[in-house]
Design a protein around this ligand. Structure first.
Ligand code: AMP
Length: 285
């Protein structure tokens, strides 16, 4: 497995592969790899001749008061895990390599970036879209892999690719969960034992919502209220948001119908966790 620190090295490597007619899959990550990241890499391994992974804790997608400095990092361990799933190249640049000059350009997907997570993280998706655009231009992949765990991010990236005419297929990979249902996240590392237990409230409240919908409940406010009650019942949890929205537009729904996304963000102690479920609800004629 190649490990590159410089943009030029990545470009050279990929150019050479493309000259030989190889197809390239790309998995962007912030490292501290876990089963969620590895499931993206395995999927990329299946579809492509060459798999490129980036490991870069992108400062521009953190708000000033967030955990950029403390965000867990362990490149040595990450390289081992990436090699084990057959990754061909890891791009692990320093911040100065990526943002080398005082850049004046950002990439913003309007509207979709302001909703859900965008309300409490107003700069987050501009940071994500800018780094993803830069990485797409550096790597030049045929396909790129993103996790359903960040449902809003996937939707925004798909829109970015469409609007800016990137010739890249975006592949979405299901949420990898712990045995008890907790969505796997690098930030789970911050949780102590009691917080880890409390964190289950995200998954459990989404399951409760699913049960209500299967039982015929269509009123989004009623479902949201049940979720809020469940989260309030957990003393270590504090709700950031819960939204029931259309999967394609992220517009709020009053009635649960068609392709629905239920997404939430909850603070467990100091740690902000997200989770979601997608449901297809048949409408009665
Ligand atoms: P991150 O390193 O957190 O920026 O995540 C890199 C990629 O891995 C993103 O596309 C995430 O959506 C994806 N990812 C993170 N956690 C999971 C998970 N539990 N299941 C599936 N994909 C995930």
């Amino acid at each position: 497995m190649e490990v590159c620190r410089q943009i030029n090295e990545v470009r050279e490597f990929v150019k050479e592969q493309k000259r030989e007619g190889q197809e390239v899959g790309f998995v962007p990550t912030m490292g501290y790899l876990h089963q969620g990241h590895l499931s993206l890499m395995k999927e990329a391994r299946k579809d492509n001749d060459i798999v490129v992974v980036s490991i870069f804790v992108n400062p521009t997608q953190f708000e000033p008061d967030e955990d950029y400095e403390e965000y867990p990092r362990d490149l040595e361990r990450d390289l081992k895990l990436a090699a084990e799933v057959g990754v061909d190249l890891v791009f692990a640049p320093e911040v100065e390599e990526v943002y080398s000059t005082q850049s004046l350009t950002t990439v913003q997907v309007a509207d979709l970036s302001d909703r859900l997570c965008g309300e409490s993280r107003p700069n987050h998706f501009t940071g994500v879209c800018t780094i993803v655009s830069k990485l797409f231009n550096i790597v030049g992949p045929d396909r790129a892999y993103f996790g359903q765990k960040d449902a809003q991010q996937v939707l925004i990236i798909k829109r970015l690719v469409k609007d800016l005419n990137f010739e890249i297929e975006i592949v979405t990979v299901p949420i990898a969960r712990e045995k008890d249902g907790l969505a796997i996240s690098s930030r789970n590392k911050y949780l102590n034992e009691s917080e880890r237990e409390a964190a289950l409230v995200l998954y459990n409240s989404l399951q409760l919502a699913k049960k209500l919908i299967i039982a015929g409940e269509k009123n989004a406010e009623i479902i949201k209220t049940k979720i809020v009650e469940r989260i309030k019942g957990e003393p270590l949890a504090e709700l950031d948001y819960v939204e029931i929205v259309d999967q394609n537009t992220l517009a709020s729904l009053s009635e649960v119908k068609n392709k629905v996304l239920i997404a939430l963000a909850v603070y467990i102690g100091q740690t902000r966790l997200i989770d979601n479920i997608m449901l297809e609800v048949e409408t009665e004629c």
